[in-house]
Design a protein around this ligand. Structure first.
Ligand code: MN3
Length: 250
């Protein structure tokens, strides 16, 4: 595998044509797990999102520490699946090339319909959300990400409080975010509905590294009105390895 990759790299350096072909191939797959990017591709493009729903990376009952199996199943197979179907419909109706990353559309979402905004955001946010959780959470970041969190928010606990408050104080439905702003500085914020920091219409702008769904459909069966209890338990399932990869790629 490693040998393959370096062969590809040296081949590329001598062939602009091949660069184009392979770049196009990556775009078409919409893979968030790609391990290669062209020299002109920003590193975070490795996390590009396609328009189709990807498989859940664990079982519905794997996150019981924080989220019950029925909530996971309904959330993934009904709510998130509907966003995926509807974003494809809207993209088709509005002439959007679905072989290109969804991120490209979100960056200029003001030019498109409310249907594309709501479902494009909904699809992107949930694809990120599933990957941001794991049954084998370390419950704490490490390395450069931990250092950046500690320097940005004083301590990991202070960060958790501030992020949790962003979720608790979001009136109605929306998301809490940890994101990198244009200066690559970590920031906390929240967005209403299915908006996110990639959107040109968003009050907060940047590259999302971690997002928390605070819509009632994400927690109501177990927690009812107690959103703060859901948020407190959610830290037990955060996939810090994934968050760290996004942070380091941005
Ligand atoms: Mn949701």
């Amino acid at each position: 595998m490693e040998k393959n990759k370096s062969t590809r790299r040296s081949f590329l350096s001598t062939s602009a044509k091949a660069t184009l072909a392979i770049t196009a191939g990556i775009g078409a797959s919409g893979s968030m797990n790609g391990t290669w990017a062209s020299p002109n591709t920003p590193h975070h493009r490795r996390f590009d999102t396609g328009f189709k729903q990807e498989p859940l990376p664990y079982a519905y009952n794997d996150l019981e520490k924080a989220i019950d199996a029925m909530t996971m199943e309904i959330h993934y197979t009904k709510h998130a699946a509907a966003y995926a179907t509807n974003v494809q419909d809207a993209a088709k109706a509005e002439g959007v090339d679905t072989n290109k990353p969804l991120e490209d559309v979100l960056a200029k979402i003001s030019k498109y319909s409310a249907k594309l905004r709501n479902n494009g955001g909904g699809h992107y946010n949930h694809e990120l959300f599933w990957k941001s959780m794991s049954p084998n959470s370390s419950e704490k970041p490490s390395g450069k990400l931990l250092a950046a969190i500690e320097s940005g928010f004083n301590s990991f606990d202070a960060f958790k409080t501030q992020f949790g408050d962003a979720g608790k104080n979001r009136f109605g439905s929306g998301w809490a975010w940890l994101f990198l702003d244009g200066d690559k500085k970590l920031r906390i914020g929240s967005t209403p509905n299915q908006d996110n920091p990639l959107m040109d219409v968003s009050d907060i702008k940047g590259f999302p590294v971690l997002g928390l769904d605070v819509w009632e459909h994400a927690y109501y069966l177990r927690y009812q009105n107690k959103r703060p209890d859901y948020i407190a338990n959610w830290w037990k399932v955060v996939n810090w390895d994934f968050v760290q990869k996004r942070f380091e790629a941005a």
